[in-house]
Design a protein around this ligand. Structure first.
Ligand code: ADP
Ligand code: MG
Length: 614
């Protein structure tokens, strides 16, 4: 019998190999975006038609290629990223196998335009089914544009297996997210069938997440950060209450590469144990930085699986770091005076043996006493009589009421043992002072509390506004002369939609039409000259984040107003004002976080000081 084994022609070999790298349009998107990142692009634009089935185009402003490199880039195993097999263990690029462009060119019509800094004139190459059909000089800026048309045109079976456009688009968006999240300092755009889908400016990690998943995500994020000899972890987990039944946002990045890891996922899930319903999954965006020598990425063609040298150590470290972050986040309820503080176990006590609970009986309780007593609140600050500085703060209708309540808090605080704050009975007055016109420092029983004045005031105003809007009651100060502001038509329409809620915060409109707002009353404590700025900010907040339901609309309104009206950093505050701020803060439901979920205060224990003096 004659010999029957023959070498496959290149284009057939390429087609077969392409099957490993390119399963669907999203695979092409991933490879092209990663090449642009590897080329140090700072701006990357992805243009799609028909879910990438007709066109996938990636335009970058990276380093570009010389004419020779441009031609070579389509050869199999042609790469500029590694020289030797050892380099595989010192990777700082996304690509290294040198097969993406060869694979893509085997199964589509590809056009490459590129130029590097060293070459005056650029190169254009057209290639179809691995055959170069044209190569010519062209005038282009430095960078690379690759257009991939008619994917799988020569493999009808694969083309027929592609899913509907919405499904393929979903896959593309997933890949786009993965690359964009890993590289917040790079600006990304995605355009599909002529419509802008994403426009992500250069930013930081948190902003990038928010830009992709919407502004409400911001409040859901709990920062995670830890560094050990083998791994550095940064990023965010979503608060337990935002866990989803379906797998929601779950992202691991290792050295800025998105990876899938059921093992590490398990570690994160176990950190949430007891905080989330068993059928729910946590959300996370976690960035692991490890020594490239300690991982092997070369175990899967799409490079989404990674083998770690110290897998067990990373598992344990991830779990404890996330637990710790969630624990810190749970500091909030410790300061929540609506609850009994003893219910919340501070993280540091986890694992220690519990103490037998004691029962406290309110001996003075009289069921026939109509005046409902406030629960025991540990409040250290003396009520000051109202004076002019109080107008610094927006009064919020129920100010007096609240102050009365605070008065009663204080009396009770003297009976409480183990209170958070130092006893107020002693002659030593309660000391607060301001540092750098930014933080208010106060001594508390366990050490020190440092309060961010701007964020604290935001929290106070935010809760106040929300309350006024919810209970539909407002106090307003009448203006002597109505204030007229001019806005464009769409802005006036936007304000009309918010008119009712705005009135509950204290704004009174005598006219709101025809590109103009005439304002007769404003919230108490607000300076007239700041009104225009407040409205401009409000309008822009609503333009950038169109909330759907009534509740989120109120929330955004309260947040926006609180932000613009709050006492700024840099403002010097008198002692009385400092104390009053603390006073109001601890009358809030959630004193320890700002409306945007930033920490409002930190505490430092004497034990921490002690350590520093050892
Ligand atoms: P790999 O990324 O694994 O090296 P590819 O087939 O994706 O393999 O790309 C081959 C080579 O082409 C890369 O090593 C790089 O030198 C060059 N290249 C590809 N895309 C770009 C781009 N957008 N900008 C500059 N060079 C590129
Ligand atoms: Mg590549």
């Amino acid at each position: 019998m004659a010999d029957i084994i023959k070498l496959l022609p290149d284009h057939v070999a390429n087609q077969i190999a392409a099957g490993e790298v390119v399963q669907r349009p999203a695979s092409v998107v991933k490879e092209l975006l990663e090449n642009a990142i590897d080329a140090d692009a700072t701006e990357i634009k992805l243009v799609l038609k028909d879910a990438g089935k007709s066109l996938i185009q990636v335009i970058d402003n990276g380093v570009g290629m010389s004419p020779t490199d441009a031609r070579l880039s389509f050869e199999r195993h042609a790469t500029s990223k590694i020289d030797t097999a050892e380099d595989l263990f010192n990777l700082h690029t996304k690509g290294f196998r040198g097969e993406a462009l060869a694979s893509i060119a085997a199964i589509a019509h590809v056009e490459l335009k590129t130029r590097n800094e060293a070459t005056e004139i650029g190169t254009k190459i057209c290639i179809e089914g691995s055959e170069v059909s044209a190569q010519e000089a062209t005038v282009v800026p430095v960078g690379t544009t690759i257009s991939v048309k008619n994917l799988f045109y020569n493999i009808p079976a694969r083309r027929n297996f592609l899913k509907s456009n919405p499904v393929e688009t979903r896959h593309i968006i997933d890949e786009f997210h993965r690359v964009a999240l890993a590289h917040p300092s790079v600006a990304f755009k995605m355009i599909h069938n002529g419509n802008d889908v994403f426009n992500l400016p250069e930013s930081n990690s948190r902003q990038r997440i928010v830009n992709i998943f919407g502004s409400k995500t911001n409040e859901k994020l709990v920062p995670v950060s830890e560094e050990t000899d083998i791994v550095k972890v940064t990023g965010f987990v979503l608060k337990p209450e935002f866990g989803k039944k379906s797998r929601g946002e779950q992202f691991f990045f290792v050295n800025d590469r998105f990876i899938k890891s059921p093992y590490l996922h398990h570690s994160v899930s176990s950190a949430f144990e007891g905080l989330m319903r068993p059928d729910h999954h946590p959300g996370y965006f976690l960035f692991l930085d490890v020594d490239p020598h300690s991982i092997d990425i070369n175990i899967h063609p799409t490079k989404t699986e990674v083998k770690f040298e110290d897998e067990h150590a990373i598992y344990a470290m991830l779990r404890s770091t996330i637990k710790h972050s969630l624990g810190q986040f749970n500091v909030a309820p410790v300061l929540d005076f609506d609850k009994d503080a003893t219910f919340d176990t501070p993280y540091a006590y986890a694992g220690k043996s519990p103490v037998m609970p004691t029962i406290e009986v309110d001996k003075n309780f009289n069921p026939f006493d109509n005046e409902r007593k406030q629960p025991s609140i540990k409040f250290p600050f003396k009520r000051e009589s109202a004076s002019s500085w109080e107008s610094l703060y927006v009064g919020l209708k129920d100010q007096n009421e609240r102050d009365r309540e605070l008065g009663s808090f204080e009396v009770e605080s003297e009976e409480v043992s183990g209170s958070l704050f130092t006893s107020e009975k002693s002659s030593e007055a309660h000391v607060t002072f301001q540092i750098q016109n930014k933080y208010i420092v106060s001594s508390i029983k366990s050490g020190l509390m440092i309060i961010h004045q701007n964020l604290a005031h935001q929290r106070i105003l935010y809760e106040g506004f929300l309350k006024s809007i919810t209970i539909n009651e407002a106090v307003s100060q009448q203006l002597l002369f109505p204030l007229t502001l001019h806005f464009s038509k769409p802005k006036v329409v936007l304000l009309q939609g918010l008119k009712e809620q705005l009135e509950y915060t204290g704004f009174i409109f005598s006219k709101l039409e025809d590109e103009m707002a005439e304002i007769q009353g404003i919230p108490v404590g607000v300076v007239e000259s700041s009104i225009e700025g407040i409205f401009e900010q409000l309008i822009s907040d609503f333009q950038n984040d169109v909330p759907d339901a009534g509740f989120s609309q109120n929330d955004l309104l309260a947040k926006s107003l609180a932000k613009t009206m709050a006492i700024k950093t840099g403002v010097s505050m008198q002692r009385e004002a400092q104390e009053h701020l603390i006073h109001q803060l601890f009358a809030c439901k959630e004193p320890s976080v700002s409306p945007d979920n930033r920490p409002v205060l930190i505490t430092m224990d004497v034990a921490d000081f002690d350590k520093k003096f050892m």
